[in-house]
Structure formats: structure tokens, C-alpha cells
Write a protein that binds this ligand. Structure first.
Ligand code: ARG
Length: 577
């Protein structure tokens, strides 16, 4: 698609400026579409080619651009060459544009835009994405929902461009909360309630015992003892722990299934409790362990070895810590998977934790240390459900589905649907995801059900509507793939839409650079608006057979690209709504 055009432009430019055409190609960008008037298709900023002798003579950037433009010629691919400030702009032959982009989508299907020159050159390797990672018994808060959908997006994206991706859920399944839970369950637990709703029951027990232990030293003591029994590997304590853990994972799995998320591995903190000792030995051998006055063992992270910055790795009572288990987990994954990149997705309150983790890995001389990245995100405020303050992710999903079902029945669109609840769920989840992905991940934002579920504006509902509308065209007439005359697709709304599709790989690349989904959200909203305009302007019904077929192909192919991108977000496109 865009490759053919970029290559043709780069070849000409390369002859003039004497740089390899692959180098020039990297500086050529598709021009964002202007919805009111037709823009050129590609631009080349001359400042990116400055060190070249041919352009130096001219003084200002616009002059350089003009000088370069004057040396280029239109040919069978390039139909217009112009300049705009510091860039040379190119328009490609319209008929060729339409044919090339549409044929490429037909040919590549779900791979459209992912195998271009721009993306093929990327390093492809093994990527670990660690995400979601809820803490058993503690609140599965909105932060975990964010981690789940953001991590899933990053994993999908990495996979789409050819990496081998391993999805790990690092469950919070060890630590003092299990001491409390063990004690709490003997006081307030019920096997029946546990079976009926494990997450809620464990959470309730946890809240109760936490409150009680605040007041009662004996309870605190007993919780520590229970943790001691666990860490000592006592059978009875371990079997209760396994029971809680298994039931919780079963519940999580149900939620992940609703979200279309899967994991290759559930290896929680508990898995690394023994390996922590090995970490301590390594640190000791490096001579970076120190004991503080209160008996904690710490790693000195300061430059001057003066403990001006440090991290505790063993409590004075000998129990292991979150950071120690994380170091053990990272080393274990390096040895097991020899990954090229590992991405941790958590809220921004853990930024320092991950900086310290990576620093410790570096101190230990692990070459994988600089292959580890943390993708932090901000807080969500105001996500309440009818049940009150959100506690469980399941409630959020139920609420999104119920509200969407209500909206659908208000507009009576749902009456002919085969599965209105399932459809409402897919649209509701799309709404949650798009609302979450719209801004920079680091920003906190206020969640607003009403805004998220609007069918107009930049919402997931709008994307679903657009997709369903395009799909419904396919029921009007069968598309006979061969011999479609694309020359009857010269309307501006077609050209604008296809120009927009030229930029798809650039947007994917942008997302890969800093893992921010907002570029793709923006892009899809743009695509949605363009294709809706085209949909109004270009009826299929009532057109001649030839025109109808060409339009059907156009709409079908745009629907394909839209669906591909929605799936990267973790959205399941609906075909009816
Ligand atoms: N369970 C943690 C929490 O809920 C998140 C785990 C993040 N990953 C890690 N390797 N520390 O806060």
C-alpha cells in the first residue's frame, strides 16, 4: 500500500539528494486528512535531509524545499509535487491510490498495514507483558481493570507486528494479607459463602479481620503466626491458601473471558518466595547488603555507598518482601525465557518500586535489566456502580452491560437482535476501553458513564455503531470479488478515507514507541467520521450493479481495517446493534 508510494517518491528524491532511498523513505509521512478539502498524500520534511550537500546552498527551509521540488518530476505514480513551508508534498495518481489500497486490504486481510516497510524493519523478538496482577483477597480495584486492558493492548500490539508474546499474570498471592486471611477465615469465614462468591467473601473477611486486628494485638500476632506457618510450608495452612487461590483464579478467569483477555502464565508472588533466598545470596556476594538500626536488611542504592538511598529486602523478622520477590521473578524469567523485552503495567504509584527493581537488577549485573520497562498509568475517579463504590470488576462489567442494554431498548434498536445481552456487553466493554484509552495513560481522569456510553462523539459505542453499520451493507447484496471496476470510486469521500488508511502503519508505530493507545483511538475516530460521511454520500442500494459492487468492496475493506484495529484494543466488533 503506502510502501509502493513511499518507495516511488523515495527513489526520485534519493537520486537528487544522493542519499540511499531507504533513508529517504523513513522521512516520508502520510499527510493527516483534512476533512474539508483534499490534501496531498505524502510529505517530506527537508530538515530531515539537511546534511546533504545538494540542499545546503539554499538558505531557508522553504527555499530548500522549493529547490528540491524543482528537481523532481511527476511520473506514473506521482501526479503532483508542491511545497508547504519546510516540506515537499506529493499527491499520487488517484486511480492508483484507490486500486492499490483496496487491493492491498483484500490481499492482506487481518495483516493489513502490519507488514509494511516501516514496520517490517522493527526488531522482532520475545516480549513478556506482565499485567492485571490482582491481589487475592484485596480489592480488585479500577487500577487492575486499567492494567488488564492496557496490558492486553500492548500484548496484542506487540504480537500483531510479529513478536512472540508471553502474557503473565503476577498474582498478589503471598504476603501478610494471607496471614490475616487465615486468621480471619477461622473467625468470620463460611465455606458456603466462599463457594457462592469467592472474591466478595474473601474480601469481606479481609476487611473485617483488618479492622479487628487494628484494635487487637493478639489478632495481629495470630496473623503473623499464620504467615509464619505458610512460609514454613505447613500443610494445613497451605491447603487453605491453595483453596482460596484456586477459587479466586477461577473467578478471575471468568472476568478475563468476558474481557477477551487470556494469560499464558499465572505465576504469582508465592512462586518466588523460596527463590528470594537466592536473591539475597546474590546481593550478599556483591557486597551491597547492609543492616539498618531497626534490623532490616537493605540494598544500598546510593552512588556514594552512604545509604542515602536504599531499599529494604528482608524484614527484621526474616519474612520476605514484595521487592525481593520481584527481583527473584525477574531473574527467573530471564533464565527461563531469555526475553528481549519485559513490560510491567501498573499504576503510577509503583514507579519508584520499578526504578528500584531495575536498579537492583543492574547492580546484580543482569544484562536484561535494560530490557525491562514499566508502563505506568494514572488513577480513575468516579467509577461507581449502582451497587455503590466499585469493588469488583465484575460489577463494572455488569453495570456497563446493563446501562447499554437500557440505552438500546430506549432507542428500540435491540428488538431484532439475536443476543441483546451479549451485544450490550461487547458494546459496553468497548465504551470502557475507549474512555480509558483516549488520553495519555499517565493522566488521572474522571470516569463518566453517561459520556462513555454516548453513541456520538469519541466513544467505543460510536466505533461499534460504525462497524455494525458497515457490516449491515453486506446483507444488501453479495460482493462478487472479481472484476470490480474501481474507477467508479473517485468521490472525495472515498479518496479521503483511503488517504487516511495510508497512515495506519505510522500510527501503529507511534503506539509501539511509547505504548500509548491514544494515537490509535484518535485515528479510529477519524476513520469513523470519514467512513460515515462516505456511507451517507454513497448509497449501495439503487446504484447500478457496477457502482454498487465497487462501493460494497470499499465499505467492506474499511470495515476490515476498523475491525482489525478494534481487536487490537481488545474490543470485539459487533455486527448488529
Ligand atoms: N499485585 C500488585 C498490585 O496490585 C501489582 C503487581 C505488579 N507487578 C509486579 N511485578 N510487581 O499492586
Amino acid at each position: 500500500m503506502a510502501c509502493l508510494f513511499r518507495r516511488a517518491i523515495a527513489e526520485q528524491v534519493s537520486r537528487v539528494v544522493g542519499l540511499p532511498s531507504e533513508t529517504v523513505a523513513k522521512s516520508i509521512q502520510a499527510v493527516p486528512v483534512h476533512r474539508k478539502h483534499e490534501s496531498p498524500d505524502f510529505q517530506l520534511f527537508v530538515n530531515s535531509l539537511l546534511d546533504d550537500g545538494h540542499l545546503d546552498a539554499a538558505s531557508s527551509l522553504p527555499e530548500k524545499a522549493q529547490r528540491l521540488a524543482s528537481k523532481l518530476k511527476c511520473d506514473s505514480v506521482i501526479s503532483e509535487i508542491a511545497t508547504a513551508r519546510g516540506s515537499v508534498t506529493f499527491k499520487v495518481n488517484r486511480e492508483l491510490l484507490i486500486k492499490t489500497v483496496l487491493n492491498k486490504i483484500t490481499q492482506d486481510g487481518t495483516q493489513y498495514g502490519l507488514n509494511t516497510d516501516l514496520l517490517c524493519g522493527l526488531h522482532k523478538g520475545k516480549t513478556i507483558v506482565e499485567f492485571s496482577s490482582p491481589n487475592i483477597a484485596k480489592k480488585f480495584h479500577v487500577g487492575h481493570l486499567r492494567s488488564t486492558i492496557i496490558g492486553n493492548f500492548i500484548a496484542n500490539l506487540k504480537e500483531a507486528v510479529g513478536n512472540e508474546v508471553l502474557r503473565i499474570n503476577y498474582l498478589g498471592d503471598w504476603g501478610l494479607q494471607f496471614g490475616l486471611l487465615g486468621t480471619g477465615f477461622s473467625l468470620y469465614g463460611s465455606e458456603e459463602d466462599l463457594k457462592a462468591n469467592p472474591l466478595e467473601h474473601l474480601f469481606n473477611v479481609y476487611v473485617k479481620i483488618n479492622e479487628a486486628a487494628e484494635q487487637d494485638e493478639n489478632l495481629k500476632q495470630s496473623a503473623m503466626e499464620f504467615l509464619g506457618r505458610l512460609e514454613g510450608g505447613e500443610k494445613q495452612a497451605l491447603s487453605l491458601w491453595t483453596h482460596f487461590r484456586d477459587l479466586s483464579i477461577q473467578e478471575y478467569a471468568k472476568i478475563y473471558k468476558r474481557l477477551g483477555v487470556h494469560f499464558n502464565e499465572y505465576s504469582g508472588e508465592s512462586f518466588y518466595k523460596e527463590k528470594s533466598q537466592h536473591v539475597l545470596d546474590l546481593l550478599k556476594n556483591k557486597g551491597v547488603l547492609k543492616q539498618t538500626e531497626n534490623g532490616n536488611v537493605v540494598v544500598d542504592l546510593s552512588e556514594g555507598n552512604d545509604l542515602s538511598s536504599y531499599k529494604t529486602v528482608v524484614r527484621s523478622d526474616g519474612t520476605s518482601l514484595y521487592i525481593t520477590r520481584d527481583v527473584a521473578a525477574a531473574i527467573d524469567r530471564m533464565e527461563k525465557y531469555n526475553f528481549d523485552e519485559m513490560i510491567y503495567v501498573t499504576d503510577k504509584s509503583q514507579q519508584t518500586h520499578f526504578q528500584q527493581l531495575f536498579r537492583i537488577l543492574e547492580i546484580l549485573g543482569k544484562k536484561h535489566a535494560d530490557r525491562c520497562h514499566h508502563v505506568p498509568f494514572g488513577r480513575v475517579q468516579g467509577m461507581q456502580t449502582r451497587k455503590g463504590d466499585v469493588i469488583f470488576l465484575e460489577d463494572v462489567l455488569d453495570e456497563a452491560r446493563a446501562r447499554m442494554l437500557q440505552n438500546m431498548s430506549d432507542t428500540s434498536t435491540s428488538k431484532d437482535l439475536e443476543d441483546p445481552t451479549g451485544t450490550a456487553e461487547k458494546i459496553g466493554i468497548a465504551a470502557l476501553i475507549v474512555q480509558d484509552f483516549k488520553g495519555p495513560l499517565m493522566s488521572d481522569y474522571n470516569f463518566d458513564w453517561h459520556r462513555a456510553l454516548q453513541s456520538f462523539g469519541d466513544t467505543g459505542v460510536f466505533l461499534q455503531y460504525t462497524h455494525a453499520r458497515l457490516h449491515s451493507l453486506q446483507s444488501l447484496q453479495k460482493l462478487e470479488k472479481n472484476d470490480i471496476d474501481m474507477s467508479c470510486l473517485q468521490e472525495p469521500s472515498v479518496v479521503f478515507t483511503l488517504q487516511h488508511l495510508l497512515r495506519y502503519d505510522e500510527v501503529i508505530l507511534q503506539c509501539l514507541e511509547d505504548y500509548q493507545p491514544r494515537y490509535l483511538v484518535n485515528y479510529l475516530m477519524g476513520l469513523g467520521h470519514l467512513i460515515n460521511v462516505a456511507h451517507r454520500a454513497l448509497p449501495v442500494k439503487g446504484s447500478t450493479e457496477e457502482v454498487a459492487q465497487a462501493r460494497l468492496l470499499f465499505f467492506k475493506n474499511v470495515q476490515m481495517v476498523l475491525a482489525n484495529a478494534m481487536k487490537l484494543f481488545g474490543i470485539t466488533p459487533v455486527t448488529n446493534m
